[in-house]
Design a protein around this ligand. Structure first.
Ligand code: ZN
Length: 71
């Protein structure tokens, strides 16, 4: 399971009842609770590494047209 930092226990804890959430900026996070004190923990996952929905490809709308200097 995911691990997060509990600000109350000031220690790393395993997140219980963790649910994956997608934030407004498109980033994924796991929201859960501390197993000891029940404080809500939030672990932000690294970007869109888990599910690459948008393939990295350069926009090919404007193909490069080099000026023909051939005279
Ligand atoms: Zn705690």
């Amino acid at each position: 399971m995911a691990e997060g930092y509990c600000v109350k226990c000031k220690a790393k804890k395993e997140i219980v009842d963790g649910v994956e959430e997608v934030m407004k900026n498109g980033r994924k996070a796991i929201k859960g609770k501390c197993p000891d004190c029940g404080t809500v923990m939030f672990k932000i996952l690294g970007g869109k590494a888990a599910t690459p929905e948008t393939p990295v490809s350069p926009p090919s709308s404007t193909p490069p047209t080099p000026p023909s200097t051939v005279s």
